[in-house]
Ligand binder design. Structure first.
Ligand SMILES: NC(=O)c1ccc[n+]([C@@H]2O[C@H](COP(=O)([O-])OP(=O)(O)OC[C@H]3O[C@@H](n4cnc5c(N)ncnc54)[C@H](OP(=O)(O)O)[C@@H]3O)[C@@H](O)[C@H]2O)c1
Length: 313
């Protein structure tokens, strides 16, 4: 496993990291989820991403239990705040940030997280209030660094224009061969501000593994067939998309790796990406995914892949 520096922080994160959306505490059985975390550590994955809203606290509680036996400095822990935890608990007001930070720390059974991220921008709270509250959380030692997820370039620039507050070190956008929008503005802006990308759904929720075939029902025991986890994958399983993904398989073969590894290596070819956050429903997936770290792939193969998916992404 190779590691990359996270923006202007002193954190080094594994190129492949482990996420917990839909899976931990929700859709993946506990014994399998425990096995995934154990395998992640064995593979050198040191970066774990969660959010207060995943399973309304269930993902954090699960991680709190399984991480409890591990040395706190053996992993980099990130969580997030913004989405509703109840009818009244939501957003990025000062009161919410302070309250949700403490609730996350309690569930995670730690005295600090390494990265506290705004899950989205909150148009109902003045940005300065949010930035000052995040800065206080850092000064209290409850979070080491701060980040954002899916903020617009204007919102990012506005945050950097505020004096006397902590600076963001990370951006968490959706980014994959099937979703390249961050390349237009967010990545150039972040590069200039020493902010790294830690990208979500780098495998397009599993579609970029090539396991969803255009002319066959989705494999049993996959996200697309799961009642609890399949609610967000439909956008990615249209016929055009699945056909284009199958056309990528020969390119991966030429590169000497699986399509899954090709897709992850494509994300990691961008130096502004510090880590690709993968989900996993079983530990074997992490064996395959972790081996994408450090792969060197001919850029000409990547260019061919980009041309194949251009019409569908
Ligand atoms: N900031 C945000 O708004 C936001 C939004 C979404 C996610 N995230 C973060 O990003 C993380 C990753 O998102 P994601 O789960 O959508 O990522 P993903 O890596 O694109 O998809 C993960 C899913 O693909 C399947 N898969 C993974 N590796 C595989 C392999 N080698 N072979 C076959 N199938 C494989 C598994 O599902 P099955 O086995 O069930 O098919 C797995 O749960 C989340 O856990 C979360 O931490 C953040």
């Amino acid at each position: 496993m190779k590691y990359r520096k996270l923006g202007s922080s002193d954190l080094n994160v594994s190129e492949i990291s482990l996420g917990s959306w839909l899976t931990f505490g929700v859709g993946v059985a506990r014994d399998r989820a425990v096995a995934c975390v154990d395998r992640a550590f064995a593979l050198g994955i040191n970066f774990i991403d969660t959010a207060n809203v995943y399973g309304r606290g269930a993902a954090e509680s699960f991680l709190g239990e399984v991480l409890a036996g591990r040395k706190r400095d053996s992993y980099v822990l990130a969580t997030k705040v913004f989405f509703p935890m109840s009818a009244t608990d939501k957003g990025l007001s000062r009161a919410q940030i302070l309250k949700q930070m403490d609730a996350s720390l309690q569930r995670l059974k730690v005295d600090h997280v390494d990265l506290y991220q705004c899950h989205r921008y909150d148009p109902e709270t003045p940005l300065e209030e949010t930035m000052r509250a995040l800065s206080d959380v850092v000064r209290q030692g409850k979070a080491r660094y701060i980040g954002f997820s899916e903020w617009s370039p204007q919102q990012i620039e506005a945050a950097f224009a505020i004096a006397g507050v902590e600076r963001f070190v990370s951006s968490q956008p959706q980014y994959s061969l099937l979703w390249r929008r961050p390349e237009e503005k967010v990545i150039p802006l972040c590069r200039a501000q020493h902010v790294s990308q830690i990208v979500w759904s780098p495998l397009a929720q599993g579609v970029l593994t090539g396991k969803y075939l255009p002319d066959a029902p989705p494999p049993a025991d996959s996200r697309a067939t799961s009642d609890s986890m399949g609610g967000f994958i439909q956008r990615l399983t249209g016929r055009d998309t699945l056909e284009a993904v199958q056309k990528l398989k020969p390119l991966a073969k030429d590169a000497g790796c699986s399509l899954t590894q090709f897709a992850l290596a494509w994300v990691l070819r961008e130096p502004n990406v510090a880590s690709a956050i993968v989900g996993a429903s079983r530990p074997e997936q992490l064996d395959e995914n972790a081996a994408a770290s450090g792969l060197t792939i001919d850029p000409a193969l990547f260019a061919k892949a980009e041309a194949i998916v251009a019409g569908v992404s």
